[in-house]
Write a protein that binds this ligand. Sequence first.
Ligand code: GAR
Length: 214
Amino acid sequence: MSGKTISLGVLLSGSGTSLQNLIDLQQAGRLPVEFSFVLSSRKDAFGLERAKKAGIPTEIVPRKGAKWEDFNRDCAAVLNRYKPDLIVLAGFMSLFIPPSDYAQRVMNVHPALIPSFCGKGFYGHHVHEAVLEYGVRYTGATVHFIDTAYDTGPIILQKPVEVMFDDTAETLADRVQACERELYPEAIRLFAQGRLEVHGRRVRILPEEETVCE
Ligand code: GAR
């Protein structure tokens, strides 16, 4: 695996299935990261247990009962304390606007092909239910940098998933999540290899550097 090892902060609110995938890959030597911290916006998120089991420092910044501005400031303070190279949102159910020095260093994975079925309120099973209700033939997964709104930042990677007539939100979610399990680590590897270049709304993926043998 080429590229340096980067430090990674993870923001989540729920069960942490995306986090677990990243932990498993890292432990198998297939993801060039050191986990810096896991921040949860809920104190009862199972993702915190997964982090502790893997020996990753945990932080809790409760969203419930807090003004969004205070919540966002407290999340940013955690980033500034650990200073990871990259942050990934892994089922983080709140709007987060990172400090300006983290522009293009915070990624999100969304379980649909943005700009469809995204934005406020489109998370988890709500996305797949809306996909089935509309009747689109393809959905998929998107990894993007975050900006100042829900699901609007520059797109890094996307992959389609075919919708079958007999799908339920659960069966569709399973296939989309399988797709996410490949796409998110791939985007993190590209970042670690310094191969993502943002030009306005578009992201150029630079070719892999060739190894020169002397
Ligand atoms: C991910 O599969 C991701 O697609 C979704 O949350 C899941 C992880 O949550 N994110 C969104 O819907 C963001 N709009 P989990 O770790 O709690 O299972």
